[in-house]
Design a protein around this ligand. Structure first.
Ligand SMILES: *Cc1c(COP(=O)(O)O)cnc(C)c1O
Length: 432
């Protein structure tokens, strides 16, 4: 698709109307394209690796509804299963056999999880897991990392990634200091900083939560020894280690980052993929900790629509597709071609860049130096990224509208899609 034929008349009209109806015209901030400028695109439908907008433009989609669409959008088996399940009702508000099925699949797959509680979003999973960390340890303080995003609950809106990083909000107004007083932060990949926090707050820290591979400050991998070091530090201090695998769970390996890197946390949060495109979250972990959760134990947490048969069905079908042999090898192969290709194009067209991928998750920074933490990520050339993003969009390549978001591929992305993407990238980078 060439720039001259790129028309967004209908998108622009719909978005203009949306801005009068909803704050910023969207239901979630990053969708508004604020950090890259220009108007967002209004989608009409999605299928496989592609999205079509209301003006009829087709895009190769590297957001995949921010991760869940790992089998490709609107996978026929997932859609059929949802339609069939819907005939029996959309929510029971009572136990449902499908909860057992998905729970068993999650427990089998994720090393740390012996019991699981389903909720409706990643945000809910993270806020619930924090309550559980505090209930179990009897301690209030928490360590998180700069640039990591754990949903939008008050306690986590300190140096948070994703939309918070994108919009440059320091902390959000409306978050009382009293709810973040107990949130301590450290730079990612910095064990010394974590050790110092433990030393300064003896016996007070409930645990450490992190994205084991960061996807909400761009794509940042843990240095060798970082995850194992956190495991040791938390053990020494009788604190809990929590992996927020809302993004990485079933994404970088079937068993998530904990399988990939061989470090087992005490608790894990999940979301995105396990809902197969419907709203879901989950938290789980050691049985002795999970048995604190009501009604087995005293820590209260509940949800009207939690574990509903539609979301369970979409999750079950998605995991069934993912556990077939070869899926992660395929994701890895296609995504490696993309990530390496983008770097090659950048270098050949004279743009300093770095990046990488694990399985179907990738990242790319306009930054000469490798990125180990959020401070490094912020050194990227954001204005160049904005122009790159727009150029790609006009050529039918839909990338996350922020330098501070990872990209995602799916089982539907082909070598031909990657070739088309790299050809577009070469055109755009030559013109930057
Ligand atoms: C997306 C995400 C969340 C929040 O999940 P929502 O479903 O958007 O509430 C939390 N943690 C991580 C790591 C995420 O990527």
């Amino acid at each position: 698709m060439i720039t001259s034929s790129f028309k967004t008349t209908k998108s622009d009209e719909i978005f203009a109307a949306a801005q009068k109806l909803m704050p910023g015209g969207v239901s979630s901030p990053v969708r508004a394209f604020k950090s890259v400028g220009g108007q967002p695109i209004v989608f009409d439908r999605v299928q496989g690796a592609y999205a079509w907008d209301v003006d009829g433009n087709r895009y190769i989609d590297y957001i995949g509804t921010w991760g869940p669409a790992i089998c490709g959008h609107a996978h026929p088996e997932v859609i059929n299963a949802i339609c069939e399940a819907a005939q029996k009702g959309t929510s029971f508000g009572a136990p449902c056999r499908l909860e057992n099925v998905l729970a068993e699949m999650v427990i089998d797959a994720v090393p740390s999880i012996e019991m699981v509680r389903f909720v409706n979003s990643g945000t809910e999973a993270c806020m619930s897991v924090l309550r559980l960390m505090r209930a179990f340890t009897g301690r209030d303080k928490l360590i998180k990392f700069e640039g990591c995003y754990h949903g939008h609950a008050d306690m986590f809106l300190v140096k948070a990634g994703s939309g918070v990083a994108t919009l440059g909000l320091p902390d959000s107004p409306g978050v009382p200091k009293s709810t973040t007083n107990n949130t301590l932060t450290a730079p990612f990949n910095n064990l010394e900083a974590v050790k110092a926090l433990f030393d300064e707050n003896p016996g007070e820290i409930a645990g450490v939560i992190l994205e084991p591979v960061v996807g909400n400050a761009g794509f940042i991998v843990p240095d060798g020894g970082f995850l194992a070091g956190l495991r040791e530090l938390t053990r020494e201090n009788n604190a809990l280690l929590v992996f927020d695998e809302v993004m990485t769970g079933f994404r970088i390996a079937y068993g998530g980052a904990q399988e990939k890197f061989g470090t087992t946390p005490d608790l894990t949060t999940l979301g995105k993929i396990i809902g197969g495109g419907l709203p879901v979250g989950a938290y789980g972990g050691r049985r002795d900790i999970m048995e604190m959760v009501a009604p087995a134990g005293p820590m209260y947490q509940a949800g009207t629509l939690s574990g509903n048969p539609l979301a369970m069905t979409a999750g079950i079908k998605t995991l069934e597709l993912l556990r077939k042999p070869g899926t992660y090898e395929q994701l890895d192969r296609v995504t490696k071609r993309l990530a390496e290709g983008l770097l090659k194009v950048a270098h050949e067209t004279g743009h300093p860049a770095c990046g990488g991928q694990i399985s179907g998750m990738f990242g790319f920074f306009f930054n000469a130096e490798p990125v180990h933490n959020y401070e490094d990520a912020k050194k990227s050339d954001l204005s160049k990224f904005s122009r790159f993003h727009r150029g790609m969009l006009e050529r039918g390549i839909y990338l996350a509208p922020s330098q501070f978001e990872a990209g995602f591929t799916s089982l539907a992305h082909t070598d031909a899609d990657v070739d088309e993407t790299l050809a577009a990238a070469r055109e755009v980078m030559t013109s930057l």
